[in-house]
Design a protein around this ligand. Structure first.
Ligand code: TEU
Length: 574
């Protein structure tokens, strides 16, 4: 029927509730603020909205620490506000997916409070991963695992036992061997499916099941991902991320070792697939799994598991044509092998905004935050490359994820005062990582309003850079060549030409004007040529090509346009 498997080609827009739009005036975004701004997303032309967590939470990790999976935090509104948001989005023809955080709860969840009050070995403790410590007095953590945010992955409680927390100590990991945990999370899925959500983004999907016995990890093989798999394996051929070396593809989450990507996670997703299949309307599951290589990630999207998974290999690739080409090829192959659509992601709430990554000397590398005293990105160069990267991404077949503000070309806030930072990664890493606050700054809606119109009072929970007036939505609306209008044009053309369900043919081998394959990425998707010039000199388009949209002004004249450096153009071939 209509809309069947809509997610295969969807453009899905991530809303980070605390920073999208504030209706209450407290400087923190909320659900009524989102609802009031849904027109912006409908006009942009996205198919769906993904909401980061808005559930009851002490906000130790900005809501990824959930205390009640079935209610809305008062910061963000009420359940009735969630219902209104869903209704309004659906009325505008957009789907809504919500975040599910099944790897851990908040330490303020009733289950964890009960576990603390109960004795070692009790059923209450068995919902989490409590263990006795090592050493004569049990004061040594049960194993050597480290938290993703820094420090040991174990926290000691009053009676001397330890509990596992792969993230913050306020995010105790659940025990997924416990049937009660499985039943509860399925019930949470149903709660939101019954309210009408179209799917779920599954947080840390590769982490739920740990290796039996929680063995020590000889981490030398790595928290460094993207290292080359053994030569001659299939995985090697699929591993787009390996192209630029270990650092380039390092996701920071660590997918190897006993805490991630265990075989047992797949049975969980098979059971969730069956739950979603009971509902009408093509509900979908998307895995957030920092798993490499791509063939390994593809196992999460086998036909009876999740519907798609974030493909972070594009995000972690440098601004280099051969590397981009390999990643695109490998991504499409990996998806094809299991019949799942590839996804494309350039930015999200966990990484430095792509416009700023691409403005660094080591363009495209994935720094763990940028702050005062760090190398500052070249803002103009980054914006130029960022727009080119976005237009390339939107021309590819598959599903694309946008992060709020990227349609405005927003850069990272790279000079945020360190004493304003709230990301637990900043604290737990002993300030070694700047953390993720710089990509979470409240959006600028109006160039001339206090707080750029984020809130009716002008309040913003993090300060916005002064330069953001130029990026405000109202400053770009209707302005030819603005980033907002580029995104709108691309999404309209993508829909009209059905690029999301198209297929890719490389066109950069022996192009009619002899494109240099080290500098030019050229592909044809249906009848649209998508050409990115990364090289130092302008390149020509085939005779008669009709330019549809470009990420920068073209050189030459209308009959013979030239694509300048760091520019992507879409053209219809004659
Ligand atoms: O992130 C999972 C993850 O492992 C990384 O993206 C991680 O946040 C980053 O490397 C730390 O610097 C998900 C969420 O997207 C993230 O916001 C949460 O903090 C995390 O899970 C815990 O729920």
């Amino acid at each position: 029927g209509p809309g069947a498997e809509w997610w295969r080609h969807a453009v899905i827009y991530q809303v980070y509730p605390r920073s999208f739009a504030d209706a209450s005036g407290d400087g923190i975004g909320d659900l009524p603020g989102i609802t009031a701004r849904l027109d912006h997303l409908a006009t942009l032309g996205v198919d769906a909205v993904w909401l980061s967590p808005f559930y009851t939470s002490p906000q130790a990790d900005a809501g990824y620490d959930v205390a009640d999976y079935r209610d809305v935090d008062p910061l963000f509104g009420t359940l009735a506000d969630a219902d209104r948001l869903l209704e309004r989005a659906h009325g505008l023809g957009m789907r809504v997916i919500v975040d599910l955080v099944p790897n851990h709860t908040s330490d303020e969840h009733t289950w964890f409070r009960a576990a603390l009050a109960a004795a070692p070995g009790s059923p209450e403790r068995d919902r989490y991963l409590f263990r006795d410590g090592a050493g004569p007095d049990g004061s040594v953590p049960p194993n050597n695992w480290r938290s993703i945010f820094g420090g040991p992955a174990w926290t000691r409680v009053a009676d001397g036992q330890w509990y596992l927390n792969l993230f913050d100590s306020k995010q105790p990991d659940l025990n997924w061997e416990n049937p009660e945990v499985r039943a509860e999370m399925e019930s949470v899925l149903r709660f939101w499916l019954d309210r009408g959500v179209d799917g779920f983004r599954i947080d840390v999907a590769h982490g739920l099941v740990k290796a039996p016995g929680l063995p020590d990890w000889d981490g030398t093989v790595a928290m460094v991902e993207g290292t080359e798999p053994p030569a001659g394996t299939d995985d090697g051929a699929m591993d787009g991320g390996a192209d630029g070396g270990a650092d380039e593809a390092s996701t920071g989450a660590g997918n190897r070792g006993p805490m991630f990507d265990q075989e047992g996670v797949h049975e969980i997703y098979r059971s969730w697939h069956r739950v979603l299949a009971e509902y009408d309307g093509d509900r979908a599951l998307v895995a957030e799994a920092w798993v490499e290589p791509l063939s390994r990630l593809a196992r999460y999207v086998r036909p009876d598991e999740m519907h798609q998974a974030f493909n972070f290999s594009f995000l972690t690739t440098r601004w280099d044509v051969p590397a981009l080409r390999r990643v695109v090829t490998a991504s499409l192959q990996a998806g094809d092998a299991v019949g799942a659509p590839t996804t494309w992601v350039l930015s999200n709430h966990d990484v430095v905004r792509h416009v700023s990554r691409l403005g660094l000397r080591d363009a495209g590398s994935k720094p763990k935050g940028i702050g005062q005293g760090d190398e500052q990105p070249d803002e103009a160069l980054g914006l130029r490359r960022g727009r080119a990267a976005s237009l390339l991404m939107l021309g590819l077949p598959g599903s694309a994820y946008l992060y709020q503000g990227e349609e405005l070309g927003l850069p990272e806030h790279t000079t945020l005062d360190d004493d304003l930072r709230q990301d637990p990664a900043w604290f737990r890493s002993g300030h070694a990582e700047r953390g993720r606050d710089g990509c979470r700054v409240p959006l600028p809606w109006q160039a001339d309003a206090p707080g750029f119109g984020f809130s009716p009072t002008g309040a913003t929970w993090l300060p916005q850079p002064r330069s953001w007036g130029a990026y405000a939505a109202d400053a770009q609306d209707g302005v030819p060549g603005s980033t907002l209008e580029m995104y709108r044009a691309a999404l309209r053309l993508r829909r009209e030409s059905e690029l999301g369900t198209g297929s890719l043919a490389w066109a950069d081998t022996d192009g009619p004007v002899g494109w240099d394959r080290t500098h030019v990425l050229a592909l044809v998707n249906r009848d649209v040529l998508v050409l990115t010039n990364v090289g130092p000199t302008p390149v020509g388009l085939p005779a008669g090509a009709l330019v549809l949209v470009a990420s920068a002004d073209l050189d030459g004249d209308a009959d013979a346009p030239l694509v300048p450096t760091d520019t992507t153009v879409w053209a219809r071939l004659a």
